[in-house]
Design a protein around this ligand. Structure first.
Ligand code: PEP
Ligand code: MG
Length: 590
């Protein structure tokens, strides 16, 4: 038996075996000292020196980024901007000079203030950006303490262990020497997953006890299927996992070989499988993964990776590039889904007591119409270069939809008046993420071209369970009867009106949710490119008729457990050879 088994969340699948080595250990709590008056300027100089050195490291890392990691250049740019942002270093310097705090203490205080601001935001994507501030600060702490990054010892590939991970940590190291990542921190949208997926190595984040249970040089197994980390495993465990690693590699190859072919069930029902992306840089990855287009562009990344608001030309270039790269396949841009104005302006922060129920999604855009119109014009113009659709997030009802559409019409008029080419017939859809939209689906369907169900938010708002809060994770149930019934109602209403339905939340990539979604039946699934080959493989081995029967039973069930058991049984008997390679958010396979 292994000395310890730690658990975490899989953000990139696979199995790895190797010795662990730590980078950027979480600094112990910062030293708090009052600096004597005659040492204040030298303490300020020590801090300034750390900021300058770390900023130079980010710039250098960006310049050295290897080809397959180019898409992370934006992240390094944003880290460089955070590092040189006056709210971090400048504020800390002020605290050294005015409050006589030592450099570490002053930095800690600056970060705490910035964290307060970020925590007031509702979008999990934006909230996760506080991680970036912390990553930059950790590096500053390291620099202040004189520490530098260790390397794996010996010629073997090692398991990179970290409190948290930045692209800089990775480019500091020979990439071919890293077999997997295991990270203590990291929300679901952290860079660790993006990085690991680009490198095709397994990664597990949110590993509890990482620092306590593992020492540099310990032999580890990273189980990036079940989200486990085995410390100092037994011979039998090593043998079993070496075997699993091989089988998984064969499985991935087999599944990938057919990725670019259409996905049709055994009884002839075709399902479009599209990709969720964050930037135009992902176009090539979408195609090689077998994505038949893009069902969701999370456009907020184009905003938060910049230090100031992007202009219409910036956005237009990016969107048109993506549309052209994937034409004639469709690309659906979701309009900006952020939680508050503080992301863009360096000015005042509007605090909200309940940010998830506050000014987010379409509410933010109709409040800040200048930002909204700029984006709408860019999307409309990109429509002239490919097969573009757009959709509005977090629509709660008809009036909100009508308002958004009237602003869209004005944006069209502005382009028309200026003789700028654009697609006036861009299909317009909405995301179904709120229970109110589910109840009003019949009326909403009559005024849009398609629905896209954002199950991540629909589950959160229907069950009243924060999608990022581990204390209520047990209540966040994708196959809760209320969710199954809600999706069914939306699909029925859409089809009755003759519009299509896509599912673009995490449910679309969960093998245990697949039969339920096929049974609805949804027209399209949109998911992370990495998951596309496996989901297409499972669709090809599914029966639409059997899925409908399973759904009918699920619609009669009254608990999530009952539905989970039902799908578990169905999936295990339909795909017996595949289940060992599943990663499920239901957790029923754990
Ligand atoms: C969703 O809510 O399911 C969704 C796809 O949007 P996001 O995860 O970006 O909120
Ligand atoms: Mg959402």
């Amino acid at each position: 038996m292994a000395r310890a088994v730690l658990h975490g969340i899989v953000v990139s699948t696979g199995i790895a075996i190797g010795k662990g080595f730590f980078v950027n250990k979480n600094p112990e709590s910062a030293r708090h000292e009052l600096v004597p008056l005659d040492r204040i300027e030298s303490e300020a100089a020590r801090l300034q020196d750390a900021v300058d050195t770390v900023a130079a490291e980010f710039a250098e890392a960006r310049a050295r980024l290897p080809g397959d990691l180019r898409r992370h250049a934006d992240v390094l740019t944003s880290h460089l901007l955070i590092c040189t942002d006056p709210r971090l270093g400048g504020e800390a310097l002020r605290r050294v000079r005015e409050q006589r705090m030592n450099a570490e203490w002053a930095l800690e205080e600056s970060v705490a203030r910035i964290a307060d601001i970020f925590n007031a935001l509702s979008s999990p994507y934006i909230r996760d950006r506080i991680e970036d501030v912390r990553l930059v600060t950790d590096r500053l702490f390291q620099r202040l303490s004189g520490a530098c990054a260790p390397h794996p010892t010996g010629g073997e590939r090692g398991i990179l262990l970290a409190h948290d991970l930045t692209p800089t940590d990775v480019v500091d190291l020979p990439i071919e020497r890293i077999a997997a990542f295991a990270v203590a921190q990291g929300g679901g949208t952290s860079h660790t997953g993006l990085l690991a997926r680009s490198l095709h190595i397994p990664a597990v984040i949110g590993v509890f006890g990482l620092r306590k249970e593992i020492f540099d040089g310990d032999l580890l197994i990273v189980d990036g299927l079940k989200g486990k980390l085995l410390v100092d495993p037994s011979e039998a465990e090593l043998a079993a996992y070496s075997d699993l690693r091989e089988q998984y590699a064969i499985y991935r190859k087999r599944v990938a070989a057919y990725a670019v072919h259409p996905a049709e069930t055994e009884d002839g029902v075709q399902v479009s499988v599209l990709a969720n992306v964050e930037s135009a840089a992902e176009a090539e990855g979408v195609l090689s993964a077998g994505g038949e287009g893009v069902g969701l562009v999370r456009t907020e990344f184009g905003y938060i990776t910049r230090s100031s608001l992007p202009g219409e030309e910036d956005l237009y270039e990016e969107y048109a590039g993506l549309a052209a790269a994937l034409a004639p396949r469709k690309v659906t841009f979701r309009t900006l889904d952020v939680g508050g104005d503080k992301v863009f302006s360096r000015g005042k922060v509007s605090e909200e007591a309940n940010p998830a129920l506050g000014l987010r999604g379409i509410r933010y855009c109709v409040r800040h119409q200048d930002i909204f119109r700029t984006q709408l014009r860019a999307i409309l113009r990109a429509g002239a270069h490919g097969n573009v659709s757009m959709m509005f997030p977090l629509i709660s009802g008809l009036s909100e939809l009508r308002l958004a559409k009237s602003i869209l019409n004005e944006a069209k008029q502005e382009l028309d008046d200026a003789d700028v080419p654009f697609d006036p017939h861009i299909p317009v859809g909405i995301m179904i993420e709120l229970p109110s939209a589910v109840f009003m689906a019949d009326a909403l369907a009559r005024e849009v071209d398609f629905f896209s169900i954002g199950t991540n938010d629909l589950i959160q708002y229907t069950l009243g369970a924060d999608r990022g809060n581990r204390h209520v994770a047990h209540l966040y149930q994708p196959l809760h009867p209320s969710i199954v019934r809600a999706i069914k109602q939306v699909v029925d209403m859409a089809h009755k009106t003759g519009i299509s339905v896509c599912v673009c939340g995490e449910m679309a990539s969960d093998p245990y949710c697949l039969p339920i979604l096929l049974g609805m039946p949804v027209d399209e699934l949109s998911l992370a490119p990495q998951s596309i080959p496996a989901i297409k493989h499972l669709i090809r081995r599914s029966h639409a008729r059997q899925s409908r029967k399973l759904l009918d039973q699920a619609l009669f069930a009254s608990t999530a457990n009952a539905i989970n058991n039902m799908v578990r049984q169905a999936v295990h008997s339909a795909f017996p050879e595949d289940v060992g390679f599943f990663v499920s958010q239901l957790g029923v396979n754990r």
